[in-house]
Design a protein around this ligand. Sequence first.
Ligand code: LLP
Length: 411
Amino acid sequence: MSFATSLLPFDADTLTLIADRWDTPCYVYDARTLTDNYLRFEQALTNQPHQLCYAVKANPSLAILQLFARLGAGFDVVSGGELQRVVAAGGDPNKVVFSGVGKQTDEIALALSLGIHCFNVESESELYRINRIAGEQGQHAPVSLRVNPDVDAKTHPYISTGLKSNKFGVAHDDALRLYQLAASLPHLVLRGIDCHIGSQLTEIAPFVDALDRVLSLVDALAEYGIVLQHIDLGGGLGIRYHDETPPHVEAYIAALRERLAGRGLTLLLEPGRALVGNAGVLLTRVEYLKPGAEKQFAVVDAAMNDLMRPALYGAYHDIVAVHPRDEAPQQWEIVGPVCETGDFLGHDRALALAEGDLLAIKSAGAYGMSMSSQYNTRPRAAEVLVLAGQPVLIRQRESIASLFENERLPD
Ligand code: LLP
């Protein structure tokens, strides 16, 4: 069975049972795939000092964080909220790196008091702010500078982060000065250096270019007596959604290891999508079929609020019938109930459909639920984890009442 029609890693019976029990739209994840994806990275990193820090933003479900924490993962967080999730899921704060351009005072204070591994600092002002808060708390803050290597990740412009024109990191040319500044601030401890050039990369070359640029800085810093313990290369490894051929984890890691050989640097990586993307599907049911003169629409019960990637990036997700029909397929626009023309999940898909059919939108484990919203006052979907073949509800569907429980009528 080809990638385009297979339900893997799920089977039709399990998905049908889940839809019957917990209704649709529903995100379903496979614990075995999550574990295998994680262990593949670990295996490739054998004998290389390293720490994997799963990028929580890709899928912050507590159950998924717990699964990775139990495998020994650290975490990359970008907010105090994500950090609290990690703690709630049993993650070790000492394996957490904190990224992001806008860390707030209370978030920094929390991270310091929990004893995180490192702040990935993105500006001069942030260095001063972290130094001040650490001083107030009588602590020393571990920091890395996130360097913007000015490398083109050749991915969608919205998820490309390593160019000079992006808001992220400090300029490569300014890094030496800022490291010296950081070394002079009394409440900071320099731990490492960091970069993250973008997401859904399908080539190795930009990673290696970025690594080379960062390593040249590591060498320059050593000449000034600044010796770092780790190098954090962020996340970004792509997955196959359609016809992409992203590098295998093994090839990606081997390319990095080759450059790092003999340097005594611990390698930190922050994979998100590569760990969770292909481990999840969004289950949805066909509500209405609307044949038309120009286009035929299949209106399903999931929408852009559940899976924003098609509307936001024009992203492609395979859509397959859980129980394929024998009839000849027709071309369908797969759309949701939200009142926007941009509310589509797939254009021009060849499927044999009837109302009530169950569909699986594939490769939805990363940036699916985490980017969902309640637009059109639609409760966010349920989430189910399949553990050794057994589906377990890990997040119940939101109730309508909860959607406006924090609102107040003026009188
Ligand atoms: N580290 C940092 C600092 C990041 O900003 C990101 C993702 C990652 C790690 C994880 O990257 P990954 O391994 O997942 O590529 N919403 C977009 C993706 C945005 C990625 C943002 N940063 C999407 O749906 O494609």
